[in-house]
Write a protein that binds this ligand. Structure first.
Ligand code: GUN
Length: 289
């Protein structure tokens, strides 16, 4: 079964749109997401455009602020502080990566925790690892959503996550653990990776290398979640970290690239923006679930 993140996210976005449509009457306005893009990297431009389009679908106000690569760290931090103080802004997202002269960690720490729709702020990360109410990072949240929607049992399964980034690998491993999977975190330097991945009942790959996972690395019936977004060096087309053609016949469930995890990430960003908005309007119990 190929899971369509596109279809699931379209359904969830239309449910959110119905909810947001009632906000002006209830709260006097709709949620407001501000996205900051520094520079003009084509992949980042495309991600930011996708976020603006999804906002429009859901009925969320989106302001995309574009700044040149030459912006100083101080100026960017100043802009974030201004948005932190703006009562009419619910979510702030600074698209990563940033130019080398700007500290990503300083940027992430400067965004007010209550407006951190990415779930990257150290206080959000700490809350996640301490099982406290928090904003969940969008890609890991979207992956768990997809697994549940596809009827995949997570509890008691052996999961292997390839990749240990703060954005995907580490938090997705934590969320799988919270669902009572037994989780191993592997990476590009893991010795004899194929013998480990063959034991996986759920395999999540977030390493950023085209076709890194080959057919011999996956067991019959495995659930395979491909988080990679790469260019195929031969065809120039978008492809994942997994050799889809070789693995799709073996896997019980697999996510395609494009159209799998990517749309779910954006969908969860919309959900996080709504959660931050509702929290600002006194609905803390929704986020404490
Ligand atoms: N760059 C790639 N993915 C992401 C993301 O989820 N959030 C931000 N802010 N930047 C990214």
């Amino acid at each position: 079964m190929v899971i369509s993140g596109k279809e699931l996210s379209a359904r969830l976005k239309s449910e959110m749109a119905a909810e947001v449509a009632g906000f002006p009457e209830k709260y006097g306005r709709v949620p407001h997401l501000v996205v900051i893009l520094v520079g003009d990297d084509p992949a980042s431009v495309s991600y930011v455009t996708g976020k603006a389009k999804a906002s429009q679908t859901v009925g969320i106000k989106n302001t995309t602020i574009r700044k040149p690569d030459s912006i100083s760290e101080d100026e960017l931090l100043g802009l974030i502080r201004q948005l932190n103080d703006d009562e009419e802004v619910d979510g702030i997202l600074v698209q990563l990566p940033l130019p080398a002269h700007i500290s990503e960690s300083k940027v992430i720490e400067t965004i007010d925790k209550s407006k951190d729709v990415d779930g990257f702020h150290p206080l959000n990360v700490a809350a996640l690892w301490q099982k406290q109410p928090c904003t969940l990072p969008c890609t890991p949240k979207g992956i768990i959503r997809m697994l549940k929607a596809a009827g995949v049992e997570i509890k008691g399964r052996r999961a292997v996550v390839i990749g240990r980034s703060n954005i995907v690998g580490l938090p997705v491993a934590k969320l799988l653990l919270d669902e009572n999977a037994t989780v191993t975190i592997a990476h590009s330097k893991t010795k004899d990776l194929p013998s480990l991945t063959r034991q996986a009942e759920i395999l999540v790959v977030a390493i950023g290398r085209p076709k890194f996972v080959t057919g011999d690395m996956v067991s019959e019936g495995a659930v395979v979640i491909d988080v990679g977004v790469n260019r195929d060096p031969e065809t120039g087309k978008l492809c994942g970290d997994v050799d889809f053609a070789a693995i799709e016949p073996k896997a019980s469930v697999i996510t395609p690239v494009p159209g799998g995890v990517g749309p779910m990430t954006i969908c969860c960003l919309m959900e996080n923006t709504i959660e931050c908005f509702l929290k600002r309007h006194g609905y803390s119990e929704i986020c404490a679930e």
